[in-house]
Design a protein around this ligand. Structure first.
Ligand code: AMP
Ligand code: ZN
Length: 452
């Protein structure tokens, strides 16, 4: 059976042929751990996980690497803005690595509650600085860098196909850049980007820094993904993923650096997940419209209700988030679990099974696969494909419940008591909550209510 993906790089649907038969090497850009993730971020990780599960359904062993960005990602992905983790650390009076640890833990709590499989390797940028320095040295040796007192830069004009991922030529990008970007006189070309920051100007007191052949400093954001993917998966590897917001700058720059340094493609297939939207705007921190998974749970949803909702849209389509849609997803997932609980026959449905497999293999067409599964009305088929869907369809249907406002109010009182370190009062509220059939679980991202 053939598996195909729409490759952003070639803009065509291509049959997947792994570099090593039987294996698939997959690299995913991970989170920047300076704040809590929202369910928009989680949509992208559910897409990555679905890709991994579809590769596994095809008998491939997947080597899945994901980075954690804990240094060098600047606000607005721009040059010479604040470093997101460093800025948060300063605001909270903590060390950047403590900030990173806190939000990394919170990230993986959400990640796992959504049934995403842990990547084979998770690599923090701060733990891979040597390989990043190696990459910059290689670029320097090949004449792709220049420097001033502030930084070492990548010279995009030295690469004839810079920007090929977007399908725009450099001159088209330059026209766009003139309209959008504040021209930084430090750079020779508007699209050039920083490989290594020195401890000067805004970064004079940057807490995280390392020695390098060029002086103390820290790496620019794009460098980590080129270096980590090469060191763990080799170059080229099979598939690189991320969100659509990565195409124009982050992935374009990863390709530029890796290909310039080593004269080989970085990855063969590039897949990008579209955004989760709210009323026509991307869900995001700066848009002020984000929803966290803990809020979803507090409203009485199972995280897998959200996973189901995500699977109803193709990963390359924008998806609008509404609470009504999530209520619909909960209803449908409950009915699937009811069907699976009652229909325990194991009868084969070969023809339908092949159609469903073909839908997953056709650029991860999860909406079509779900439609076929609904048509088939077979508990056996839902069970069979749960290894791809990750919906725990054989969990018993939950009692339908909403957390009522009395319990939410008690939780808020307990949160307040804890914030004031009034432990006796906090315990009193906890007992009251338990008497009403709920437990409060304290997570890195705050407290969550669960049914006892
Ligand atoms: P960040 O932590 O900001 O680097 O983002 C982590 C991941 O979430 C990236 O792959 C982004 O592309 C993705 N992302 C950010 N906002 C959204 C959104 N609204 N919908 C889907 N994915 C998103
Ligand atoms: Zn990346």
């Amino acid at each position: 059976m053939s598996l195909s993906f729409l490759n952003t790089l070639t803009r065509t649907k291509e049959t997947f042929v792994p570099i090593t038969p039987g294996l698939a090497s997959l690299y995913t850009c991970g989170p920047t751990v300076y704040d809590f993730a929202h369910i928009g971020n989680m949509r992208t990780y559910i897409f990555n996980d679905t890709l991994r599960r579809v590769l596994e359904m095809n008998g491939l062993t997947v080597h899945h690497v994901m980075n954690i960005t804990d240094v060098g990602h600047l606000v607005g992905d721009s040059d010479f803005a604040e470093d997101k983790v460093d800025a948060k650390a300063e605001k909270e009076g903590l060390h950047p690595l403590d900030i990173a640890k806190r939000y990394e833990t919170a990230f993986f709590e959400d990640f796992s509650r959504l049934n995403n499989k842990l990547p084979t390797d998770v690599v923090r940028a701060t733990e891979a600085v040597d390989s990043q320095i190696e990459l910059i040295k290689q670029l320097e040796a090949r004449g792709f860098t220049y420097r001033d007192d502030d930084a070492i830069y990548f010279d995009t004009s030295k690469l004839s196909d810079y920007g090929k991922l977007t399908g725009q030529t450099l001159s088209e990008k330059l026209i766009g850049a003139r309209e959008e970007v504040v021209v930084d006189t430090r750079k020779r070309n508007p699209q050039d980007f920083v490989l290594w920051f020195f401890l000067t100007g805004r970064y004079a007191h940057h807490i995280l820094h390392w020695a390098s052949p060029w002086g103390e400093g820290f790496p620019g954001w794009h460098v980590e993904c080129s270096a980590i993917s090469r060191s763990r998966l080799g170059q080229p590897f099979d598939i690189h993923t991320g969100g659509v917001d990565h195409i124009g700058t982050h992935h374009t720059n990863e390709i530029a650096q890796s290909e310039a340094a080593y004269g080989e493609p970085l990855a063969h297939y590039w897949l990008h997940g579209e955004h989760l939207m709210v009323e026509g705007k991307r869900m995001g921190k700066s848009e002020g419209n984000l929803v966290r998974l803990t809020t979803v749970e507090e409203k009485g949803f199972d995280p897998l209700d959200f996973r189901y909702l995500v699977l109803t849209a193709h990963y390359r389509s924008r998806m609008n988030f509404t609470w009504d849609a999530l209520v619909g997803a909960r209803k449908t997932l409950t009915s699937i679990r009811e069907l699976v609980a009652h229909d325990t026959s194991e009868k084969g449905e070969y023809a339908q099974e092949e159609l469903i497999r073909a839908a997953f293999n056709d650029d991860l067409d999860t909406p079509r696969a779900l439609a076929l599964l609904h048509q088939a009305k077979s508990g056996a088929l839902w069970r069979k494909f749960d290894c791809v869907l990750g919906l725990n369809v054989d969990h018993l249907p939950r009692e339908k419940h909403e957390v009522n406002s009395e319990i939410t109010a008690l939780k808020e009182e307990r949160d307040q008591a804890r914030a004031q370190k009034d432990w006796a009062k906090a315990d009193m509220f906890r007992h009251k909550i338990e008497a009403l059939g709920y437990r409060v679980r304290d997570t890195e991202s705050g407290s969550v209510l669960e049914r006892l």
